[in-house]
Design a protein around this ligand. Structure first.
Ligand code: SF4
Length: 230
């Protein structure tokens, strides 16, 4: 799953990867959140595309990664039926808070996005928007077979098959549906990867922004939002 080839956008066979920020995936310029606004309102929205974070900073980065791994804030957005398994983690039996994991109500305050099951095209639009609104460093956990490879909905007309084609995924938790213990194991794996500096999904998203954008636009036909929703 992790060896995606970022060589060609799915939506446009003639599209080759370009450095971030230039012509869009469909040959049109990418549209920013403040495009078309009056001058006095442009400052309300960010007018920059995502950028890859800087190079490894040695021992300081190690310390920051350790701290990040101990403070995971999950976006409270249940995207599919697998999200039901997140609820038991908040109870005393599983008690995810002891690992420094807790839910937040808004993407702006969250660092972990759990894609909890099948993603319909309608939901994908909200997933993209929510993911882009999260501040970095941010991580994505793909929970359940439907999220990872389509599962029982693999040939459904209104769901997408592999979430990793639309946003980057850092940890996969297989199953239908995975039990809370599997989720905890997934979060422990996420923490381990963060500590080792291996959770670079947001960097991948910035570096291959046009590729992801082309895939998103191929399935989301009513694209009535900016190309980057920061
Ligand atoms: S993998 Fe199973 S539990 Fe998860 S969304 Fe699909 S059908 Fe539902």
């Amino acid at each position: 799953m992790s060896d995606i080839k970022f060589t060609r956008a799915l939506a446009d066979p003639d599209h080759a990867l370009k450095p971030a920020g230039r012509p869009g995936p469909l040959g049109k310029p990418l549209v920013l959140a403040n495009d078309g606004l009056p001058e006095e309102e442009k400052a309300w929205f960010c007018d920059a595309y995502p950028t890859a974070s800087g190079p490894y900073k040695g021992i300081l980065e190690n310390f920051l990664n350790w701290a990040r791994s101990k403070s995971l804030w999950i976006l409270g957005f249940g995207t599919g039926c697998g999200a039901i398994e997140l609820r038991p983690l908040m109870t005393s039996r599983f008690d995810m808070y002891r690992f420094g994991i807790q839910p937040r109500p808004t993407p702006r305050q969250s660092s972990v996005f759990v894609i909890g099951g099948y993603a319909s095209v309608k939901t994908l639009k909200r997933i993209v928007r929510s993911y882009e609104q999260m501040m970095g460093p941010k991580f994505v956990v793909a929970l359940g077979s439907c999220t990872i490879n389509g599962g029982m909905y693999w040939d459904s007309y209104n769901t997408i098959n592999a979430i990793e084609h639309y946003i980057p995924v850092d940890v996969y938790i297989a199953g239908c549906m995975p039990r809370p213990e599997a989720l905890l194991a997934g979060f422990k794996e996420l923490q381990r990867k963060i500590r080792r500096g291996e959770c670079e999904g947001a960097v991948k998203y910035a570096e291959n922004f046009e590729w992801y954008k082309a895939n998103q636009k191929k399935v989301i036909h009513d694209w009535n939002m900016p190309d980057y929703n920061y």
